[in-house]
Design a protein around this ligand. Structure first.
Ligand code: SF4
Length: 90
């Protein structure tokens, strides 16, 4: 009974590995992040201070042109510009 369950799990594992490999081939090994405000260069993250530590919340504001109003991290727009994390872009 247990041996049969282990064999079934091994078959599922082989199938899942093949599916992951296929997805990595389709999307690349570093799948791109969504085009949400959270990953946009124009998004300024807002934080909450709890005790002595700051934690990001799911909102912020946009500094792109006229859209300076409050934005949620999962919002987006056509002016999205992917955030870069290089030394000169912090
Ligand atoms: S509203 Fe548009 S430009 Fe502004 S942060 Fe969100 S995606 Fe970027």
């Amino acid at each position: 009974m247990v041996a049969e369950k282990v064999k079934q799990l091994e078959r599922e594992n082989i199938l899942l590995k093949a599916q992951v490999e296929e997805l990595q081939n389709l999307c690349g090994t570093t799948a791109s992040v969504p085009m949400n405000c959270e990953y946009c260069r124009n998004f300024i993250q807002h934080y909450i201070k709890i005790d002595a530590q700051y934690s990001p919340i799911c909102s912020g504001h946009c500094v792109a042109g006229k859209q300076t109003k409050s934005r949620r991290t999962d919002d987006t727009c056509k002016a999205f510009v992917r955030k870069t994390y290089g030394r000169n872009h912090i």
